[in-house]
Design a binder for this molecule. Sequence first.
Ligand code: GLN
Length: 485
Amino acid sequence: MINEGLKQLSAALAARRISSEELAREYLARIDQLNPQINAFITVNPDATMQEAKTADAMLAAGTAGPLTGIPLAHKDIFCMDGWRTTCASRMLENFVAPYDAHVVGLCRQAGMVCLGKTNMDEFAMGSSNETSWFGPVRNPWDMQAVPGGSSGGSAAAVAARLAPVATGTDTGGSIRQPAAMTGITGLKPTYGVVSRYGMIAFASSLDQAGPMARSAEDCAMLMNAMAGFDARDSTSLEREREDYTRDLGQPLAGLRIGLPKEFFAAGLSGDVARAVDEALAEYRRLGAVTVEVSLPSSALSIPVYYVLAPAEASANLSRFDGVRYGHRAAEYGDLTDMYQKTRAEGFGAEVKRRIMIGTYVLSHGYYDAYYIKAQKIRRLIAEDFAKAFAECDVIMGPTAPETAFDLGAKNSDPVAMYLSDIYTIAVNLAGLPGMSIPCGFDSRQRPVGLQLIGNYFGEARLLGIAHQYQLATDWHQRVPAAVA
Ligand code: GLN
């Protein structure tokens, strides 16, 4: 059943053609077989998984099942899960067992979904290649020499390698969309505030947003139905009516106006990516859409703005890891200050330390106005660019990332080169808009290319529909990496 979508799995479970236990066992066996090579999972807990599957089978037997009951999924290891080790891929939390469920985890549990394990990621979600993980890099199932992207690289690789039908991810500057693009899967970063951040370990709170990662837009829509919803425990959670994210899947594209930001098709874009994106746009025109040029002039500043604001917020959020309350504490130390210093020096990796230092610097007296306040002002301009663009079009499209998956180690010594991976995704987080990546082809080395779709606020159902229509007409999303077929 590993190539079936959620709709087929749901039907098979409802008709009792397969049990949740059988399904979980099939996936756990694949994880056993392939994870030593791919390293997509940090933690598996087969006993807990099988217990959840048993509960799901009981719900199915009792007639209390919903559409997702019995379906396995993987959670990014940034989500707290009661009784499960939750590390955020950091030595700081290497042995931390969460005492409660994140809102997203609780919702998936309530829906009767079965957790297969916690997926690898960049440490505290800081990175674009999954190489900053304390638990080692993740390999891209399409080419084991390539990175899977990051920070949700474990979730992306797990879905691409059929180690899980769907997974959760989080996206602060591109961490759902960029790894989705690099592994040939589909991922959605919802409008800021649609999915609760409660129990999701905080990186940059004004940007962090969780979303679904799956093989298809249809599967993303079904998982989104479980993940979204108001939660009073997150002060930025939006109180809105429940939506059915599958409702626009069947909507035709005739007359759809696609905006192409001229800044996304300029220097820095690889030829292979440009070609695949152009072909995808041609397919959209065949489906009845029209393309118009739009401009996002301030988006050129999105990387510098993000690397002021995200580290500023991270430096505040990560101050809680002090060796006192939970997590790592140095074994030997002198006084209290020495304990803090040794604990944090040992517990955090180099990229996390770099962000804490930048963040502390831009928030310090004397630099706050010059950097932090200035960046906030430009953030507003970036959001206004999108508002103007959406007066001209219904959806914005372009590449998800400037290039396909790069080799392991290729950008490790150059943080700025690594940061440029998110050049097309970060502005979306700064504006709080929904964005998706869908597979649209391969480069000359058979590494996947992603097409980015950006919607207006609360446009995720429509985005999913626009992606689904493309996936009905193409089969990029159904390709299976040869190494895991
Ligand atoms: N690559 C970006 C960073 O390192 C974005 C990460 C993310 O979205 N979590 O900050």
